[in-house]
Design a protein around this ligand. Structure first.
Ligand code: ATP
Ligand code: MG
Length: 210
């Protein structure tokens, strides 16, 4: 029989929560290279809690989160929008990541995230929520992590920009885990679903409604 590839990440019997409050228990979950997972569930169900644990931002109350050697993670969540250096333009952010790459290549890449022409050169300081979100997403995708964790990445985006992000994520070659109430985003970028409900995480076998 053909061996399965080694997982990028595994959760074994994990319990998650905050101080003395348990939010999720008995989580068993593994993520193979290239998998594209959507997390479903209602407000307050624990989706962000789960993705925070996958990212390492939150430590399990018990059980183990195991990462493959050399795995690189990219993590998007709304609270990270405030970590951008406001004095830098999108282009300067990318140049800092990759100083040797020709400027035109970086500009082309930023165009895919809606930063065309002068927009690539304007400092972040007066950026809107959607502009910040697009820039943080661009910086993450540019770095090509093995695993991209996205918590509500299209929250602040208009339809046109949402479509640009969908296309960028479709081109992304690594594994992704997406939390979103945006069914269009989920159905066009992920193909395997888990439902977070009643303190548990379970494979979702139903049909995604748009
Ligand atoms: P939404 O769709 O609204 O984003 P969610 O599924 O992401 O919801 P979580 O943010 O994971 O839900 O929250 C799950 C539960 O954990 C909620 O009851 C929430 O009140 C609680 N919770 C979240 N963050 C904290 C925190 N920092 N301290 C204590 N409780 C928290
Ligand atoms: Mg959430």
């Amino acid at each position: 029989p053909k061996a399965l590839p080694n997982p990028l990440l595994k959760m074994e019997n994990v319990q998650a929560g905050y101080s003395d409050k348990v939010i999720l228990s008995n989580i068993n979950f593994q993520l193979l290279p290239g998998s594209r997972i959507g997390l479903l569930g209602r407000n307050g169900a624990g989706k962000s809690t789960l993705i925070k644990m996958l990212s390492g931002e939150l430590t399990p109350k018990s059980g183990e989160v195991w990462y493959a050697n050399g795995v690189s993670l990219g993590y998007f969540a709304q609270h990270q929008l405030e970590t951008l250096r406001p004095q830098d333009s999108p282009l300067q952010h990318l140049v800092r990541l990759d100083p040797l790459v020709p400027e035109q290549k970086l500009r082309d890449f930023l165009g895919g995230f809606g930063f065309h022409g002068d927009k690539a050169l304007e400092a972040c300081a007066p950026f809107s929520g959607g502009e910040k979100a697009r820039l943080v997403l661009a910086l993450l995708v540019y770095q090509r992590p093995n695993l991209l964790l996205l918590d509500e990445p299209t929250n602040h985006l208009d339809l046109e920009m949402r479509e640009a992000i969908v296309m960028a994520l479709q081109d992304f070659a690594g594994a992704i885990v997406v939390v979103s109430h945006d069914r269009h985003l989920l159905s066009s970028t992920t193909d395997e679903f888990y439902l977070v409900a009643h303190g548990k995480v379970a494979p979702f076998e139903g049909v995604l409604q748009d």
